[in-house]
Design a protein around this ligand. Sequence first.
Ligand SMILES: [Zn+2]
Length: 384
Amino acid sequence: MTADPVAIARDLVRCRSVTPEEGGALGFLQDLLAQAGFEVQRAVFAEPGTAPVDNLYARIGMAKPNLVFAGHTDVVPAGNETSWSHPPFAGEVAGDKLYGRGAVDMKGGIACFVAAALDYLAVNGGKPKGSLSFLITGDEESVAVNGTVKLLQWASQRGEKFDHCILGEPSNVEFVGDTIKAGRRGSLNGTLIVTGRQGHVAYPERADNPIRGLITLMAALQVALDQGSARFAPSNLEFTSVDVGNPTVNLIPGEARARFNIRYNDCHSQAALKTLIEQRARAAAAGRVHYAFDWQPSNADVFVTQPGPFTELAVAAIAEVTGHRPKLSTSGGTSDARFIKDYCPVLEFGLVGQTMHAVDECTPVADLVMLTAIYRRIIEKYFA
Ligand SMILES: [Zn+2]
């Protein structure tokens, strides 16, 4: 069976799988993989307060090692569809590009790995020397609670073991082969709440304006958290909103809040980071500002995939196909790799991310061909 990554990507883009809708995308993959001999299972996960989401696990082969490809078929909404030059769910190939929502993030990446896997199986008697698996979720772009995190638990309860994982997120910056993501920063959200005493602006001595204290504490928290580490850029705290919500011109408010997000590197654990922030606030408050922190729970802890034979194999495969050695990066936002890393080493490698989540999301057809060749080489080397 020969598989064309462009046709697979096009057909996936035509599925309207905006989170949490399955949109036919997993069904399409299920048919394709089942025809090639994969055992395919679907699993719907639900939780109070969230929409149920469909997921897929497929495996061919029983033996170790099990190389798993992970990805998501869900996409972010298209926004105003009339502002697209090609309809977002038409999967049109125009000039040398495939257009549509999910073309790079990440239906294109899934299509390339499917094509590479089917081609490898066709050439090698229909079975890998080991096992090849797909872990595909429909819940990555939104809250990500009924997706990979539960699919991994589900698979593990069934005795599934993973040895190495490629996550097909668009990792490259300029061209296919420039960047592997081998770790991600952590993400932590918090709110700083300063309380004062409400009063008339004409009699400030009778009130205590919390805005003054909030500014003092905000300034103290915007000092560098570290200088970066061997594998990571410096951590960063960014205030995202300052809220008083006071509609009255002659009223000193009783409370002021500031929300912030921290992207942190491996210089910190989540607990140590909270302690550091709270210490800095305490010093700046000097007993005169009344404040509290409200930390949101975070499941996005920092991690790094240590270099080893698997990383070397992927780097070598990319270099052999593209003539370029990729750099190992830990930049960018969080991804499902934060969950997979608890089961096996995971590398992220996919298409070029430039148009992800944008109007006219698209990928050069040549990139789909190139990525398929790279995945094909990785599979070949993995089972050599
Ligand atoms: Zn993605």
